[in-house]
Write a protein that binds this ligand. Structure first.
Ligand code: DQA
Length: 312
């Protein structure tokens, strides 16, 4: 079945394209916010080929879990058919994210809650106490979570590492900004590249975050503690000024790779200092956006070695 057919069926099960308010994707999930949640037909969604399951999100959203490989094309088709670009910010609203998700504070990408991942990793059934006191909504959530847990177990993704990609100021202006230095590709292209590289490298999740504000970047790094296994960071101009970012990276002590799109080492003197470098085990410069792909591959290899060393 062509992915366009899948996207059309998804939209049909969501009550039509006019019912879609916002969309976003992560590694294996398509996130949708709807105008009228009552129009979502979960059974219809679950019967679509390639859909592994669904998880309700807040009062008006749903996550549709796809098998590895198909999600990017389906998402592109959804974007084309609805005319709505993927958006992180639409998912910031707390009503669309579970309370135990620390990433809600960051960019609305709620990860699989720790309780679920811990239960899956420990091969324990999920106790309903993980989900709070029972109510019909929470019962639904509990069974969605159980379903997700078994999907994770079935696909082996419960154990796979999770990657955070952080970009600093003006990286959102890629494509417009000094194209001779940074190229013509946009930030959206960069996010797509990172997601597909991360999927190929075996990460179960790739969260991409960009901010022009130093404090936001500190917050996202702090919130990565216990939630992500590695960080790929291009702090952009804050590379050369920010002790706060260095301290944040040192605080969480996650394996980190520094990336720069341009050849910073051949540019102005003030770009020769990198504060964050002291917290990174590798630095990649001058490879354009492909530098992120290399960073993601290298991070995966590093984590494999590290885990191998822990086990052996
Ligand atoms: C950059 C290099 C920095 O010096 C600059 O301030 C940026 C981007 C790079 O990716 O090449 O914004 O980090």
């Amino acid at each position: 079945m062509a992915n366009t057919d899948v996207a059309e069926q998804v939209l049909d099960a969501l009550g039509g394209k006019d019912n879609v308010k916002a969309n976003d994707i992560c590694m294996t999930r398509l996130r949708i916010l709807t105008e009228k949640p009552g129009l979502i037909d979960l059974n219809k969604l679950r019967s679509i080929r390639g859909v592994l399951g669904t998880v309700r999100r807040g009062s008006n959203g749903v996550e549709i879990v796809f098998g590895p490989g198909s999600i990017n094309e389906v998402s592109d088709d959804i974007v084309r058919l609805t005319g709505i670009e993927p958006s992180y910010s639409a998912f910031r609203d707390s009503s669309s994210a579970p309370e135990d998700s620390i990433s809600v504070q960051i960019n609305g990408h709620a990860p699989i809650p720790k309780a679920v991942r811990a239960a899956v990793a420990a091969k324990k059934p999920l106790a309903s106490s993980h989900m709070g006191s029972p109510s019909s909504d929470e019962d639904d959530d509990a069974s969605d979570m159980e379903e997700l847990a078994s999907l994770l177990e079935a696909t082996g993704s419960a154990d796979s590492p999770r990657l955070l990609v952080v970009n600093g100021p003006n990286i959102n202006m890629l494509g417009v900004r000094e194209p001779k230095i940074y190229g013509r590709k946009t930030y959206a292209d960069l996010v797509r590249l990172c997601r597909s590289a991360a999927q190929e490298a075996g990460f179960s999740e790739c969260r991409c975050f960009q901010s022009n504000h130093e404090g936001d970047l500190v917050d996202v790094i702090q919130a990565a503690y216990g939630e992500f296994d590695g960080i790929v960071i291009n702090p952009a101009a804050y590379t050369h000024t920010s002790v706060a970012l260095l301290d944040a990276l040192k605080s969480v002590a996650l394996p980190t790779i520094e990336v720069h799109i341009s050849k910073v080492d051949e540019r102005e003197d003030f770009r020769q200092i990198s504060y964050v470098r002291a917290a990174c085990f590798e630095t990649i410069v001058g490879m354009g956006l492909e530098g992120y792909r290399k960073a993601i591959k290298d991070m995966a290899a590093h984590l494999r070695e590290h885990r191998g060393a822990e086990k052996g």
